[in-house]
Design a protein around this ligand. Sequence first.
Ligand SMILES: [Zn+2]
Length: 169
Amino acid sequence: MKGVRRGDFVGRLWSKVDRRDDGCWLWTGNTDKDGYGMMHVVASTPSGATTKRAHRLVYEAEVGPIPNGMQLDHLCKVRCCVNPAHLEPVTPKENVHRSGTMGNKWNAGKPGLRGESNGHAKLTGDQVDHIRVCLSTRILTQPQIGFLFGVHPSTISAIAIGRTWSNAS
Ligand SMILES: [Zn+2]
């Protein structure tokens, strides 16, 4: 039996992960229509190759099997993020419930990651970089990105057209 060469697979997985200083691990490979990272995997089953969501693969590689029927909720609300620390297994029902309170849980429980979490957070160069990545993936709208980073959408649009933060690298 040849089986799956796990080392190759894990290496391929990590080669597509961009570990940001702000905590999010952004998936740089393909994404599906919903903005979730996707990865082609060779399954050790008769069905052969399949495509899986990248954040689930990373979670299983780092943490362990995801309980049957559970979804992974992105606590940071960055769909292309695959950091297991930002993922929490929840029931589909709970996941839907949470998506109705976008960002609240994260902002309430995790001060620091998104600045001072006081609504007046100044953006660091790293955050501006992250915003640029978010913009380039076109997963989120500019108001959504602004909400995530605690800044006005006009700040995001300014970054998008390169008017401000041009000195941040
Ligand atoms: Zn994240």
